[in-house]
Design a protein around this ligand. Structure first.
Ligand SMILES: [Zn+2]
Length: 243
């Protein structure tokens, strides 16, 4: 399930760990992807249809050979014949070895799996990067800075996100206004019953509200207000605390 989820996010683990055939005992000749980009049953569909040993492993299938007695019949010319000749070229180029089959690892030149290499690949593929760096205000507790960072990355387990991941939640609407779906944008910026908070903060500090209230405009609100440096940091702390 995890590998399928990664594949949905265009991270195909199987492509990174191709089968390296040794003695062929643990690899399905037709169905495993051990030569080229597809299994042989897909690359040589017509030859596969003629073969009578569709579940054989690589070692046994090579041992049987390619004569008429292991096929329903021999190829009859045309596409079937040309596919057959290409197939023979492939199998005649394969040398089995006296070592067990294993999985290779494309992310390391040693062809061996390392946790560090998959961690780096997963980080660069899945973790959002932002050249601007994280905002950090040391006048508020660390956990609030972390909350802000997670809000900015849209990594809060809202009811909608839990539901999308298959967690049973009684409802996914906002528990405050009971109208909109509880997204991060709605929860921290869009909910009409909570917007009043931001209006009051603006009145309190004598500043204008952002022209469009969104999570990002609220996080950056203190950058654009006309306050002295220390005041701006205090105002930023108020915003973070309000989140
Ligand atoms: Zn709401």
């Amino acid at each position: 399930m995890v590998l399928n989820n990664l594949k949905d996010r265009e991270f195909d683990f199987h492509n990174l760990a191709p089968i390296r055939v040794g003695d062929g005992a643990y690899t399905s000749f037709w169905h495993d992807n051990w030569h080229g980009n597809n299994s042989l049953s897909i690359s040589f569909l017509r030859v596969f249809a003629l073969d009578m040993n569709k579940s054989a492993n690589v070692r046994d299938r090579f041992f049987m050979g390619w004569n008429i007695d292991v096929h329903r019949r021999m190829p009859r010319g045309g596409n079937e014949e040309s596919q057959w000749l290409s197939f023979l070229e492939v199998v005649e180029g394969v040398q089995l070895q006296q070592v067990p089959d294993r999985l290779g690892w494309m992310l390391d030149s040693s062809d061996s799996f390392f946790v560090s290499s998959i961690r780096i690949a997963l980080d660069s593929a899945l973790v959002p990067s932002d050249d601007k760096g994280s905002r950090w205000n040391n006048w508020v507790p660390i956990k609030l800075n972390i909350l802000l960072w997670r809000v900015q990355l849209f990594c809060i387990p809202t009811r909608q996100r839990l539901s999308n991941r298959g967690v049973m939640v009684p409802y996914i609407t906002c528990p405050i206004c009971m109208v909109a779906i509880k997204t991060i944008e709605h929860l921290f910026a869009g909910c009409c019953d909570l917007r009043d908070i931001w209006g009051r903060v603006a009145i309190w500090w004598g500043v204008s509200l952002p022209s469009h209230i969104s999570v990002q405009s609220l996080i950056n609100w203190s950058d654009g207000v006309n306050l002295r440096r220390g005041q701006r940091k205090a105002f930023d702390a108020v915003i973070i605390t309000s989140f």
